[in-house]
Design a protein. Sequence first.
Length: 437
Amino acid sequence: MYLADRSTPQTPTSAPDRLRGTVRAVSPTVLALGTVSLVTDVSSEMVSAVLPLYLVMGLGLSPLGFGMLDGVQNGVSALVQLTGGHLADRVRNHKLIAGIGYGLSALVKPLLLVHHLGALGVSLALDRTGKGLRTAPRDALISLSVPPERQGRAFGLHRAMDTTGALLGPIAAFLILGVAAGGYDAVFAVSGCVAAFGVLVLLLFVPSGTSGAAGGPAVASAPSGKNPQLPAPRRPGPEERADLRAAFALLRGRRLRALFGCAVLLGLTTVSDAFLYLLVQRRTGVAEQLFPLLPLGTAAVFLLLALPAGRLADRIGRRTVFLAGHAGLLLAYALLLWAPATPALPYLVLALHGAFYAATDGVLPAAVAAVVPERLRASGIALVGTGQALARFCCSLAFGAAWAAWGDGPALASAAAGLACCAAVAGVALRPTGDPR
C-alpha cells in the first residue's frame, strides 16, 4: 500500500497517457539507444531467422557443425564484452566504443552475399565481436543518463524496444522471402541496409561524451541571460584512470562480488533457448513447421513485461525481481518435466520463459550500475555480463552432454535441481543491505 495525497483530485488515466508519462520519465538518450537497438535487432534477427536453413540446406553444413559455429560465436561475444567495457571507460567515451560495435556489425553484412562458408564464418564472428563491443558501453550510457531510482524503468524500456526489433526481424525475413526473387540474398542485403540505418540513428541522436548520473550531460551553471557552457574537460588523475587493474579490483567490493557470483551460479543452470524450444517441441508435439514461431512467443511476453518488471524492480527491489524471474524459469522446467501434455502447455512455458527474461535481462545491469562508480560503469557491467554469458555457455555444453548420455528428462531434472539450489544460495548472498534496490 502507499499513501496518496487526498487533497489532490484523482483522475483516471488512459493507457496512452500512462505510456506518455513513462516516456517523459526517461532520458532522451534511453529512447535514442532503444531505437538503435530496435533497428539493429530487426537487422540481426532477419539473418538469424534464415541462417540455419541457409547453412544446412544451402551450403551443406551439418547440424553439428552449425551448433559448434553458434557456440563459438556466443563465446566470442561474451569475451569481447570485457574489452568493450574496458575501452569505453578507458577513453571515457561510451558512444564511441558502442558506435564502433554497431558499425562493425553493419560493415560485415555484405560478406553474407559471398556464398562461401569461410566468408560467412568471418562475417558472423565479426558481427558477434561488434555485439560484444557495444553491449557494456550501451548499458553504461543508459545507466548514466537517468537517476539511480529510475534505472530499472530505463533498462526495461530499452529492453522492450530491443525485443520489438527481435519480433519484427523474423517477420520481415518471412515477407522478403515470399516476395523477393533473390531469396536469401535479398534478406541479407536488406539486413545490411537496416543495420546501416541503425548506426546513422546512433550518430545523429545519441549525445556524445559521458553523461552524468543524475540524468544527462553535466552543464555548468551560467549567469542569467547567458547560454550555459559545457565544463572544460579535466584530465583524470592516476587514481581515477580506468585500467584493467581497477576494473578487476571492483570484485573486491562485497555487493558487486555477490552479484557476479550469483549471476555465474544461476547462469550455470540456465538452459539455452534452443534447448528449451526443442524440449517444448518434443514434450508437446508442436508441428515442425511451427517450430520457428516458438521464439516469437518468448519475445512477445518479454516485450509486454520488460517495462513493468523494470518499474517494479525500482519500487520493491531489483534483488526480489531478479530472483522471481529465476523462480519463473524453474516453474517452466517443472511444467516440462511433470505437467500433462495439454494444448496450453507450450503457451505456459513460453510465457514463463519470456517473464524470466523480462525480470532479469534489464534488472541485472541496473543492479550492477547501482554499486559501480561512474568512471568504471561499463567495466563493471561487462564483468558481470561476461561471467553470466560464459556460465550459460558452459551450461549448454553440459546439458547437451547430459542429454546425449541420459536423455532429455534426466538432463532437465538435473538443471532444475541445480537452479533451485543456486537460487536459494543467491537469495542469501543478495540479501539487501542499505539501499534495498
